[in-house]
Design a protein. Structure first.
Length: 402
């Protein structure tokens, strides 16, 4: 058993899914408060994979699966981006036959295997009494599963898509928007020099917040998002119109990776899926670039307009956190400890209308959070719209749930 004698107990913490700036500040927030309250903190490495791969033998080297956290470790990492605990997209409830750990292969032989019982045994072996997972709806959906199994879970929302239900804010979103604004503004020099369209693909599988907010902030003329299937002819017409009005003769559209053509579906790289059943998205920005170039002469007096085509990708999720992603994660971590000290669990830490709070963790799997098209997106002009900003959350449309 990895546990040592502690005054109050043992807390586990893990990060799952994609990396974002703000994860290390969240780990730091949880750990510093927990240590000062007399708890031991164990960091689970590689997300849920660390609890799947662990070998419950005293002399086995599990250093790749967990680490005891102290102030020096988290203080050093807390100023940086990414997650020093590392991450994965492992779903212990659906582990493929090829991914079952060697020491469990004789026991689990199905094509898909539920290793939840092993996860619970590993948590008990470590002496962990409460687990704090930090992640998006996929990572936290397994936290809901553990909660339903009777384990104490307090969840913290993280995803730069900002689409975890029930919260106005998810760790990573602010830095993502900040990076997007910076990158788009940098790319303007090339688009303007060559008088081109600029088609920039951003993350956003099911929700278009990462395209909507920068567009509203002036980074782009138009945006296409997963919540509304757009007409490519209309998009081209608008981009030509925007370019004509611009003294520098260029125009910009932000494209969510999950955006879909009118009458079409999402664009995938191939049919392979991850542990949560998601295919890898890829190519919508490239296809839009080709199509608007082809169609441009129809709306530009017979002259073709070239395209600056760029996938922003990991550039918006790398590097150090901005101010909000340094402060909000620290607050989230401390709220998680407040709940633990009150012996409250099965909760999701949230921000609602500018106030920190918590809601039932089941919210993660009971609904979806997407852009409210009717209220916030002009489907003819293909850009954000607002009738009033009064009493809206900090990031405007992000408080709405579809």
């Amino acid at each position: 058993m990895a546990n040592v004698n502690t005054r109050k107990g043992v807390i586990g913490i893990l990060t799952g899914g994609g990396d974002v700036p703000g994860l290390n500040p969240a780990i730091r927030g949880v750990t510093l408060r927990a240590l000062r309250e007399g708890y031991q903190v164990i960091g689970i490495r590689h997300g849920w994979a660390g609890l799947v791969d662990m070998v419950r033998e005293k002399d086995c080297d599990n250093s790749d699966n967990f680490i005891l956290l102290d102030e020096e470790i988290v203080d050093r990492a807390g100023r940086t981006g990414g997650t020093f605990l590392h991450s994965s997209r492992t779903n212990p409830g659906r582990v493929s036959k090829s991914s079952v750990p060697v020491h469990l292969k004789d026991k689990f032989t199905a094509e898909k295997n539920d290793l939840t019982l092993e996860v619970l045994k590993n948590l008990a072996w470590l002496g962990i009494e409460t687990l704090i997972p930090i992640g998006g709806d996929d990572t936290l959906s397994y936290g809901v599963r553990l909660h339903k199994e009777g384990f104490k879970v307090i969840a913290i929302p993280k995803t730069m898509d900002n689409d975890v239900p029930g919260t106005d804010y998810c760790i990573g979103f602010s830095t993502c928007i900040t990076r997007t604004l910076q990158l788009v503004n940098s790319l303007r020099t090339s688009a303007g020099s060559h008088e081109r369209f600029m088609v920039l693909e951003v993350f956003g599988r099911y929700a278009g917040f990462t395209a909507m907010l920068p567009t509203m902030a002036g980074a782009a003329n138009r945006c296409v998002i997963p919540e509304y299937k757009f007409n490519i002819e209309r998009l081209t017409e608008l981009l030509v119109e925007d370019r004509r009005k611009n003294p520098s003769r260029y125009s910009t559209v932000l494209v969510s990776e999950g955006a879909m053509f009118e009458g079409g579906e999402m664009i995938f790289e191939n049919d392979a899926t991850d542990a949560f059943g998601h295919k890898k998205l890829g190519g919508i920005g490239d296809i839009i670039s080709e199509r608007v170039k082809e169609l441009s002469k129809k709306y530009n007096n017979g002259k073709t307009i070239d395209v600056v085509n760029q996938k922003l990708g990991y550039l918006v999720r790398c590097g150090d956190p901005d101010a909000i992603d340094s402060i909000a994660p620290m607050a989230y971590g401390n709220i998680a400890l407040d709940l633990l000290l009150k012996k409250i669990h099965g909760r999701l830490v949230v921000l609602q209308k500018g106030r920190y709070s918590d809601i039932p963790i089941e919210t993660v799997t009971s609904t979806k959070k997407v852009v409210n098209i009717k209220e916030h997106y002009n489907t003819d002009r293909l850009r954000p719209q607002f009738s009033s900003f009064e009493n809206k959350p900090l990031f405007l449309m992000t408080g709405d749930m579809g």
